[in-house]
Design a protein around this ligand. Structure first.
Ligand SMILES: NC(=O)c1ccc[n+]([C@@H]2O[C@H](COP(=O)([O-])OP(=O)(O)OC[C@H]3O[C@@H](n4cnc5c(N)ncnc54)[C@H](OP(=O)(O)O)[C@@H]3O)[C@@H](O)[C@H]2O)c1
Length: 316
């Protein structure tokens, strides 16, 4: 198949591009700064010669969006919103204008669209969309607004010949340098992998190989459209998540951090505490219902595998 991945130069795109190319597909990545073979220029906002890549392709997986790992300043929040909405909109326009539109458009979304919650997991049917929780910082609602606007940009695209799926994805764990797993493991190795603010908040995650398999599954299954949760079936509280990660690497202790220590840490790392403190308890209702099986459903085995691959030499 010919598969086009706008925004495919980042962490998730690297995982996907590598796996899909190895499987023999013709993969084209759209980037604002194309560097290597298979990368084509676009600006993420307006049509251009890049639309030729979409016309006649089989699959589009749009991953473009400014990284959320930053301080949530007004300017950064605006860029997080615009980069997602504008890129999804222009991908939709390119598909709508194509003489031979792709069969399926998988649009990245996020597990953050769901409410901060401890008591029950969110699946697609019964999950509660966030933004109205009474006991969280007001600005957290903006991340939900971004996610909703991102999904609306896909939903509202007039692409009748192309199936549309929104990927409500949890943290994708891969051994690549600079990815989420790498960052969390580094903190754990520094002795900082303890509970944050009590550690009861849930962490939703997905192993990189299951992420790729889920994408392949969704490409193949013509009967699935709309929002789909891409998360392992066993999210767990942050305290247990980090304890397991420490055990996988062999780090004996992890210092606990209070909420204000997390604030200081996030400030130093130019990041935001929402990424650490929001409880994301998200489960893959539709994938399981459709018969998808996870190779790494549980965090201990997934963490062991990631550590083994990382110790065996970086893949990326
Ligand atoms: N990593 C995760 O675990 C995870 C989980 C859930 C959802 N997501 C979402 O999945 C997408 C990919 O994640 P990632 O971790 O691979 O992110 P990433 O490493 O930050 O890569 C995102 C890509 O988007 C492009 N981009 C950045 N700013 C842009 C802008 N203003 N306009 C157009 N394109 C822009 C960049 O490509 P160029 O610089 O080459 O143009 C970049 O390579 C993101 O939207 C992220 O929010 C990620």
């Amino acid at each position: 198949m010919k598969i086009v991945i706008p925004g495919g130069t980042g962490q998730v795109g690297t995982v996907l591009q590598r796996a899909l190319s190895a499987a023999g597909h013709d993969v084209v990545v759209l980037s604002r700064r194309p560097a290597g073979r298979g990368e084509v220029h676009w600006d993420g906002a307006t049509p251009g010669p890049w639309t030729k890549e979409i016309d006649g392709s089989d699959v589009v997986v749009n991953l473009a969006g400014r990284s959320v790992n930053c301080r949530y300043t007004p300017a950064n929040l605006r860029e997080m919103m615009d980069s997602r909405v504008h890129s999804a909109r222009v991908v939709g326009e390119a598909i709508a204008a194509a003489a031979r539109p792709p069969r399926v458009w998988l649009q990245m979304s996020t597990a953050t669209v769901y409410a901060h919650r401890f008591d029950a997991p969110h699946d697609e049917a019964t999950g509660v969309i966030g933004g109205a929780e009474p006991d969280v910082p007001g600005y957290w609602a903006y991340s939900v607004e971004i996610a909703k606007a991102w999904e609306r940009a896909q939903e509202s695209a007039d692409t009748p010949h192309t199936r549309k799926v929104a990927l409500r994805t949890a943290m994708v764990m891969s051994p690549d340098r600079g990815g989420v797993f790498d960052v969390l493991l580094r903190l754990a190795r520094l002795g900082l992998g303890g509970p944050v603010a009590g550690g009861a908040q849930y962490v939703s995650w997905i192993h990189d190989q299951d992420f790729v398999r889920a994408i392949e599954f969704l490409v193949a299954r013509d009967d699935i459209d709309g929002p789909v949760n891409l998360a392992a079936p066993e999210p767990l509280p942050q305290r247990a998540f980090m304890r397991t990660l420490r055990a996988a690497w062999g780090v004996p202790v992890g210092l606990p951090a209070t909420r204000w220590m997390a604030e200081v840490g996030a400030f130093v790392l130019r990041s935001d505490t929402e990424l650490l403190l929001k409880s994301r308890r998200v489960v893959p209702g539709r994938l399981l219902e459709a018969g998808f099986t996870f190779d790494r459903p549980a965090w201990p085995e997934a963490a062991d595998d990631l550590v083994r691959r990382l110790r065996g030499g970086r893949v990326g």
